[in-house]
Design a protein around this ligand. Structure first.
Ligand code: ZN
Ligand code: ZN
Length: 297
């Protein structure tokens, strides 16, 4: 076997601008390989299609190499991984691995529209706050949470006993412990909760039932779009405006922008984007045909 088969490529090519770009892409975490075989000096990289790319130091099955017959980003990355080409590369999840687990925005909206309105409004809060790791959408177990359980864009989990006890007043926790005839230590609320979880888990029968709703991985790229869709569907904004010569505060659908119509009249419309496309598809574009501000009630 050749000592270093990447050396079949003349050093001079690596400084050409088109190669420099590929070297930069090769270093990114998003170009991480699925596997590397150090002995055969080959690698497998997830591609945008179904079939992954099979990569050697001399060739690659990707379209870029097929077209150019020059090292593609996969080959550079393989050479870097094998220590045969310099460069600090970032390790992580290949972007195609991420996107393969993703659903399209249109599919996400189709799922949202299968839900009752109350559940859709709940989703709006879930997607507004996430991915803030501090935020946990904790809610009652009811018809809405049951509907959300059927929805593939969120995960509904039972809230932990700790979370449920936090919702109780300390006096109610103590009342429950007394009813259970459990001897308990004198502790501040937070420590008492921890004590209950460890020593009296049957207090669960007294704690309110709650569940936690979190976005599913399949929409991890769509938080913003999903939130915007629901906000444009349900929310109102105040608009300082002049309307029929009256100046004041009017309400307009969230995210609507003022546009001048050919007749000189001003109306409100949503930006022309994929979110608005979906509002139209599901017949809930409140700005369809131009929204005219109404005086606030
Ligand atoms: Zn294959
Ligand atoms: Zn390639």
């Amino acid at each position: 076997m050749a000592e270093n088969s990447f050396q079949i490529w003349d050093d001079a090519i690596h400084t050409a601008p088109d190669q420099v770009k590929r070297i930069a892409s090769a270093k990114k975490a998003a170009t991480s390989p699925s596997s590397i075989d150090r002995e055969s000096k080959t690698g497998v990289f997830e591609g945008s299609g179904k079939e992954p790319y099979h990569v050697t130091l001399e060739s690659c099955t990707c379209g870029d190499f097929r077209r150019r017959k020059l090292p593609c980003k996969h080959m550079y990355r393989l050479a870097m991984e094998l220590g045969e080409f310099g460069g600090d590369f970032a390790k992580g999840t290949n972007k195609n691995v991420v996107s393969h687990g993703q659903i399209k925005f249109e599919e996400a909206v189709d799922e949202i529209e299968k839900l009752p309105e109350a559940a859709q409004r709940d989703l709006q809060r879930v997607f507004f706050w996430n991915p803030n790791p501090e935020y946990m959408h904790i809610r009652e177990v009811d018809d809405v949470s049951k509907a959300l359980e059927t929805c593939p864009i969120v995960e509904v989990k039972e809230a932990s006993l700790t979370e449920r006890l936090k919702l109780m007043k300390k006096t109610d926790i103590i009342h429950a412990l007394k009813e259970m005839s459990v001897e308990y230590p004198k502790l501040p609320k937070e420590e008492l909760i921890q004590w209950c979880v460890e020593n009296a888990p049957s207090i669960a029968a007294y704690a309110p039932k709650r569940c936690i709703v979190a976005p599913a991985f399949c929409v991890s790229k769509l938080y913003r779009s999903i939130y915007t869709y629901l906000a444009r569907k349900f929310d109102w904004n105040n608009s300082y405006d002049i309307f029929r010569d009256k100046e004041g505060v009017f309400v307009i659908p969230y995210g609507a922008q003022q546009v001048k119509q050919p007749d000189g009249q001003y109306v409100y419309d949503f930006p022309n984007d994929e979110v608005t496309d979906m509002l139209n598809k599901h017949h809930c574009n409140r700005c369809a045909g131009g929204y005219v501000t109404k005086a606030r009630e």
